[in-house]
Design a protein around this ligand. Structure first.
Ligand code: ZN
Length: 115
């Protein structure tokens, strides 16, 4: 795997360049822009606990994801492989609902109670 930006080589299984925070491509000959476009923003969070939960959840479900801005500053944007975006949103539903519950949203807590 290669980073399209800094050209670093990574071993199989690594999906993100830890320097550039962008998805790796299997070969530099590939169009790196297409690879990047295959990721979709799912969530923006500034909650470190949420991020830890998301990581373990997605790791166990085999979802390809990365966090944009993780090593820099909050808020962090969760990017997921477009093919898995719907699946990822499903997985995050409960997490997002409970996280909103804890914060303030009346609308969302109402929706959750009805289920
Ligand atoms: Zn890089």
């Amino acid at each position: 795997m290669f980073c399209p930006q800094c050209k670093s080589e990574y071993q199989e299984g690594v999906v993100i360049c830890c320097d550039c925070n962008i998805p790796l491509v299997s070969a530099l000959k590939c169009e790196p822009k297409l690879e990047v476009a295959d990721f979709e923003e799912i969530l923006i969070t500034n909650n470190e606990a949420d991020i830890a939960i998301i990581k373990s959840l997605f790791d166990s479900e085999g979802i390809v994801y990365y966090f944009l801005g993780e090593h820099f500053a909050f808020p962090i944007r969760l990017m997921v492989n477009k093919d898995q975006a719907d699946e990822a949103r499903e997985l995050l539903k409960d997490l997002i609902a409970s996280s909103l519950d804890n914060n303030n949203s009346d609308e969302n807590s109402k929706e959750t109670e009805e289920k």
